[in-house]
Design a protein around this ligand. Structure first.
Ligand SMILES: [Ca+2]
Ligand SMILES: [Ca+2]
Ligand SMILES: [Ca+2]
Length: 396
């Protein structure tokens, strides 16, 4: 019933027309990968797309396709960002609060090798760290054209880190040649083709221009060849914290805190919420036959959204994603975002202690500082005839 209503109730929130709350990204705003072995038409278009269709691709078409695949999911598509610098920008259907503790879970394909788990001295196995940036739609136009703040990860000040790195990749001719690059540190080299990936080009051919320029922080090389007797055996160590595709998806290392955001001078900024997330391959390293280190992104999750996975908060919404209630537990206030609804708050004795409405604005902040600490039940009803859904609210 509610699902049916949601399908027809578009509502305005932060200037965008939305239908339901999702914990996961709803839009791929930008996808600008660097060259790499996984840059492949198979990632960007339906399999039946013919060569004329592939030739006609542009960034807008690619982003529309990826949005369709990735909206509302953490497993819709595994996007490779290519070698150093390649990036993706994701948007959401609601403003993500900087809640208590960690806020964003970053989905990639990192894993630990045997004996190299989170509690070991040397966590890692396959880690391809990507730098995370967050942004708020401060100018209110709904577009990711505002200031980006870097998440200050564990390697920001590492000795090998280069703060002002810049690299240029040149479109190869023919397109199936190795891709030449040159950086601002006096180095140059190639993204080499290998025998495992034989697609037409490793260069993102649909992007305009004869070269691609990326700049930002370059993280230390994290891959070590532990092979012997001429055999390569690459171990990609995980950095401590603060990066994408660095620790496995279900580990704490896959989470970051919006509190870690810093400005261009490295000073902490205080963001109470964000609207956009950007992830960029942070390592520029070639690992022999296994190719370049390239960050993968499958999704970003707002862990405070009650439609999210396990957060330690019981979701009595039955898995429906109509509303987002945060933070929970709360101290002075909580917010509810979602389709228009009638809200009632009940204490543990079943007494109604207040009511509110979510109007077309789609957002209500409920001050609860005066209430006794304890468990409350939030009733949410989005139509006179529909059954209410309930959220447990823990007031601290
Ligand atoms: Ca936080
Ligand atoms: Ca990876
Ligand atoms: Ca904006």
């Amino acid at each position: 019933m509610i699902g049916g209503l949601l399908a027809v109730w578009a509502f305005g929130l932060h200037g965008a027309a939305l239908q339901a709350q999702s914990a996961y990204q709803q839009k791929v705003w930008r996808y600008v990968p660097a060259p790499g072995q996984f840059i492949d038409a198979a990632m960007l278009a339906e399999p039946e797309t013919d060569s004329a269709g592939l030739a006609a691709l542009d960034e807008a078409a690619v982003c529309a396709f990826l949005t369709e695949k990735m909206a509302g999911k953490s497993n819709g598509r595994l996007l490779s960002l290519g070698a150093y610098g390649g990036y993706v920008v994701l948007g959401f259907d609601h403003r993500i609060p900087n809640g208590p503790g960690l806020d964003l879970r970053l989905y990639g394909n990192a894993y630990y090798a045997g004996g190299h788990g989170a509690d070991s001295e040397t966590p890692g196995g396959s880690a391809e760290p990507g730098i995370v940036y967050v942004s708020r739609d401060d100018n209110g136009d709904g577009l990711p054209n505002d200031t980006w703040y870097e998440i200050d990860g564990s390697e920001t000040d590492a000795p090998q880190t280069v703060a002002d790195y810049r690299i240029v990749y040149y479109r190869p001719a023919p397109l199936d040649a190795d891709v030449f690059w040159r950086d601002n540190q006096g180095d140059s080299g190639y993204i080499y083709r290998n025998t495992y990936h034989t697609q037409d080009s490793y260069y993102p051919w649909w992007l305009p221009g004869d070269s691609l320029v990326f700049s930002g922080r370059r993280l230390p090389d994290n891959a070590v060849d532990e092979g012997a007797d001429g055999r390569q055996a690459w171990f990609l160590r995980a950095f401590d914290y603060g990066y994408a595709d660095n620790h496995p998806n279900d580990s704490e290392g896959a989470l970051v805190d919006i509190d870690w955001a810093v400005d261009a001078d490295g000073r902490p900024v205080s963001l109470d919420s964000i609207d956009f997330v950007m992830i960029r391959t942070g390592v520029r390293q070639n690992t022999g036959w296994t190719g370049e280190v390239s960050t993968e992104v499958a999704g970003v999750e707002d862990v405070h959204c009650l439609s999210a996975g396990p957060t330690g908060i019981e979701d009595l919404d039955g898995g429906r994603t109509a509303w987002c209630v945060y933070p929970n537990p709360c101290a002075d206030r909580f917010a509810v975002e979602g389709v228009p609804a009638r809200l009632r708050l009940y204490d543990a004795q079943g007494h109604c202690v207040g009511h509110r409405d979510i109007s077309e604005a789609g957002h209500v902040v409920w001050e609860v500082a005066a209430l006794q600490p304890g468990l409350y039940l939030l009733e949410v009803r989005n139509g006179a005839d529909t059954a209410p859904v309930y959220y447990k609210i823990l007031k601290k």
